[in-house]
Design a protein around this ligand. Structure first.
Ligand code: ATP
Ligand code: MG
Length: 402
């Protein structure tokens, strides 16, 4: 059994007790505790990160993000950092912390089971990504997952064409693209991305399932197929495989590897609840929930959001209403839907069966088959909004406007 170690920096006695109790549950885990805060232990934090598998620190009130970024910068790819906040923190704060280099943030108090589980997870995750993991959070691409609330609503059509638009076309003939974009078809059994783009399906996900490989950069090079538009596609396998054959660790490694290579990664999800969905929920910067305003679709979307909330306190779900034109005034049904979903009905994709079918039949993107149709325009606008909200700083590094 390899011995692992955890270091804790905290001046909160209750937190020290909780962490000690959580560590006690693992025979192969040792703990060293340092009283103080991340900044008061000065340069020692960097050594602690290098010497231990996991560094946990607690903070109350405002945390100086620079202390965290300095620590991450000097520690480089070594060590995993878990922050325990003694108050509820907002999603914006959590994201800012993530971007500074904290791997996970948890609110305290937290259940003992949950704390032990998270510690165990953080110990495992990084060791799965030894060669490719270089925590340079500002450089990471955005992960956008697309989740259907009901069948045949147009979720895959959105995934494919949103991915296309996120390439950020410019120039007179819109030939130049600004962003590197990948689309991943995780609808393993019924995925349609490859056929919609008239591409050969790749055996990558099948190999991942059969051989249990943990995806890395080489895996991506072997498995991605480039579409003429520039989009890189990881398609669903041609053969039938059980949906739950992939593990969370594999899906998590796949996403983090993609994140390092692309500006945007769009993930088309199946209409099913499966364990590895947790890895997608955790990694997503945005989750587009695609449905319509019917009661059954809204109810299904609520159930999914509830499921995601178990994985992540505030899943970054945005609602897309498909096959409906945005109304000038919201009807009472729309208001009800908003209330139930606790979110605005943010994006609207008009019903445009003719052009959607035409593109599908030709195996083309909407931008190629009928760039000026209403559906194509709506997806283009959506892509622009997302790109605008993902600010590109002077250095060319991306930051989420959160
Ligand atoms: N906005 C739209 N208006 C009208 N028809 C559409 C629209 N978007 C997609 N469609 C059509 O609906 C059908 C299903 O589309 P798509 O495969 O994108 O949906 P899905 O939600 O991914 O379905 P599935 O549940 O099979 O994964 C296709 O025939 C497509 O052409
Ligand atoms: Mg689909």
């Amino acid at each position: 059994m390899t011995q692992k170690s955890l270091a804790l920096i905290s001046d909160n006695e209750a937190i020290k007790d909780s962490v000690a109790q959580a560590v006690d549950r693992f025979d192969d885990l040792s703990l060293e505790t340092h009283s103080g805060t991340l900044s008061s232990v000065n340069g020692r934090a960097c050594d602690l990160m290098g010497e231990n598998d996991l560094l946990v620190f607690s903070f109350s009130g405002e945390l100086n993000l620079e202390t965290v970024s300095d620590l991450r910068r000097s520690a480089g790819s070594r060590g995993t950092l878990l922050a325990l906040s003694d108050r509820d923190i907002s999603l914006t704060e959590a994201r800012a912390l993530n971007k500074s280099g904290v791997d996970e943030i948890l609110p305290y108090p937290i259940g003992q089971d949950e704390l032990a589980e998270q510690i165990q997870r953080l110990m495992v995750d990084k060791s799965l990504l030894p060669t490719i993991y270089a925590p340079q959070p500002q450089r990471l691409g955005q992960i956008i997952s697309v989740c259907p609330a009901r069948g045949g609503i147009g979720a895959s059509t959105l995934s494919i064409n949103l991915a296309d638009q996120l390439q950020g076309y410019s120039g007179i003939f819109r030939k130049r693209t600004r962003n590197k974009v990948a689309i991943v078809d995780l609808d393993l059994q019924f995925g349609t991305v490859a056929t919609s783009l008239d591409l050969q399906s790749s055996s990558g996900l099948l190999r991942m399932a059969q051989d249990g490989v943990t995806p890395d950069r080489t895996f991506l090079q072997q498995s991605l197929v480039q579409h003429a538009s520039g989009l890189e596609v990881l398609s669903a396998p041609e053969e039938f495989i059980p949906l739950d054959v992939l593990t969370r660790e594999q899906v998590s490694a796949l996403i983090e590897t993609l994140r390092l290579e692309f500006d945007f990664v769009v993930i088309d999800l199946p209409r099913a609840l499966v364990d590895w969905l947790g890895a997608v929920v955790t990694a997503s910067d945005r989750m587009m929930m695609v449905g319509d305003s019917s009661v059954s679709s809204v109810r299904q979307a609520c159930r999914l959001i509830e499921f995601f909330t178990k994985e992540r306190l505030e899943p970054p779900v945005e609602i897309v209403i498909s096959q409906e034109t945005k109304p000038t005034f919201r009807s009472s049904q729309h208001v009800e839907a908003q209330k139930a979903l606790e979110r605005e009905l943010r994006f609207w994709l008009p019903s445009d069966a003719r052009h959607a079918k035409q593109a599908l039949d030709r195996g083309q993107l909407l931008s190629q088959a009928s760039g000026s149709c209403a559906l194509s325009k709506a997806i283009r606008t959506m892509g622009r909004k997302i790109m605008n909200e993902t600010m590109v700083g002077k250095t060319g590094l991306r930051n989420n406007a959160a």
